[in-house]
Design a protein around this ligand. Structure first.
Ligand code: AMP
Ligand code: GLY
Length: 418
């Protein structure tokens, strides 16, 4: 029956893709999004409540008889939005604050993996600059240095020189540019990366389709790390065997470990994995859908996403169904991103574009025109029988987006297309 009312919390491209998938559900009657963005507004009713304004979100859910709230961003999870919804007897899809530590604390994640034998890079944690630098300068390069906390994908430096490593440690531990915190120094792992997102419900794991992100800002994987400049799905080098190993030796044991630790996870467990010559290993876990991976994965989901979320919340069996089609998305970001950038540039009419466009950071100006409102602005997702076809479609449509203040990578998918 088409009678369910859903509230999606978030405002980026990931939330747009979740709203889009929910709008295909045969059960969903009405979708609200808080706060949403100019693109989401075409598919959901946007309400002006911030993602960490938990009490206002609870009040909204009660008042509008929301059947399920789906939480997108890590910031909302980290302040305990799901704990609060549960206390109020409201159904929410996402992990509790305690379970979300798998993302919000790198050290929590590393300790858990060490204790339960989940394959990942060796590491040491430091809170003093002197001790960290002493350790790093006695070890081989590259040095992997991570701020231990939420830093929107920007708190990681893979230093190719000792000078660069020293600068990163100074930046994080002396200048505290992400805030007061510790750093984790890891062994460098080599191989292609992929993102394996699973819906998890305690011990139960429902795998989603594979995707690959592109973290660096510019073509050829050059430039600084970003939140992600493009993605595609499926990922040809993730064979059925690699997927089986990743599921059986990483994702299922991690879900079981969280149950054993007394912090059962319900929501999307995102494995940022790397395929080394020793098999897949964990680079990081996230406690939510990945952005921009979600925008290429959810369009492939043919089964009902509301049913999937509900099965996870209630702890039921559920079988997902996926399309064989290939999806490839190119992020159009504000010039200057991931550094500082201007907002408010007018984006011309998007009608000529055939690809699906997910809005990542858009708004409306005083005249009602669509404008840029974030670092990552749009994601143009092409589809086709092959990734090459999806890439060609996405690039043709990128050229049709009228805005001089945006840039993008032209080589999304290069690892599998060249
Ligand atoms: P993270 O935010 O932890 O996903 O790290 C961002 C990026 O840094 C990853 O996507 C990798 O490209 C790189 N990276 C992180 N940890 C390692 C590691 N141990 N070895 C090699 N590369 C890494
Ligand atoms: N695309 C990586 C992330 O969502 O963290």
């Amino acid at each position: 029956m088409k009678n369910k009312r859903v509230l999606v919390v978030g405002s980026g491209g990931r939330c747009h893709a979740i709203v889009d998938a929910l709008s295909r559900s045969p059960q969903v009657e009405k979708i609200y999004c808080a706060p949403g963005n100019a693109g989401i507004a075409a598919q959901a009713e946007c309400v002006a409540i911030g993602v960490t304004d938990v009490e206002a979100l609870v009040a909204f859910a009660k008042e509008h008889q929301i059947d399920m709230t789906v939480v997108g961003p890590e910031a909302a999870l980290a302040v305990g939005i799901v704990n609060r919804f549960e206390e109020c007897g409201l159904k929410a899809f996402g992990p509790t604050k305690e379970a979300a530590q798998i993302e919000s604390s790198k050290e929590f994640a590393k300790r858990l993996m060490a204790k339960y034998g989940i394959p990942t890079a060796g590491y040491e944690a430091f809170d003093s600059y002197e001790a960290a630098w002493e350790y790093v300068k006695g070890r081989p390069l590259p040095a992997v240095i991570k701020y231990d906390g939420l830093a929107a994908g920007k708190g990681v430096v893979v230093a190719e020189s000792y000078d660069q490593a020293n600068e990163a440690l100074r930046d994080m531990l002396l200048d505290e540019s992400f805030g007061k915190g510790r750093v984790v120094v890891e062994d460098f792992l080599d191989g292609p990366e992929f993102s394996f997102m699973c819906v998890v419900s305690g011990q139960r794991v429902y795998p989603l389709a594979m995707a690959q992100d592109h973290k660096r800002a510019y073509d050829g994987d050059k430039g600084p790390n970003t939140g992600g400049m493009g993605a595609y799905s499926p990922v040809p080098f993730v064979t059925e065997e690699v997927e089986r190993v990743a599921l059986e030796e990483i994702m299922k044991p991690t879900a079981a470990a969280l149950v054993a630790e007394g912090v059962p996870f319900c929501g999307v467990l995102y494995g940022g994995l790397i395929l080394t010559t020793d098999g897949p290993k964990v680079i990081e876990f996230n406690a939510r859908f990945g952005d921009p991976e979600t925008e290429v994965v959810l369009p492939r989901l043919e089964s009902d996403i509301y049913e999937l979320f509900d099965a996870a919340i209630e702890g039921r069996e559920h079988q997902t169904k996926w399309s064989d089609k290939a999806y490839l998305g190119v992020v159009m970001a504000s010039k200057g991103y991931p550094g500082s950038y201007a907002k408010g540039a007018v984006i011309g009419v998007l009608d000529k574009v055939e690809s699906h466009i997910y809005h990542m950071g858009t708004g409306r100006n005083a005249e009602g025109k669509l404008v840029t409102a974030g670092g990552r602005v749009l994601m143009v997702v092409g589809s086709g029988a092959t990734l090459a076809e999806a890439h060609a479609k996405a690039m043709a449509d990128v050229a049709r987006v009228e805005c001089t203040e945006l840039f993008c990578r032209s080589d999304i998918g290069h690892k599998v297309l060249d």
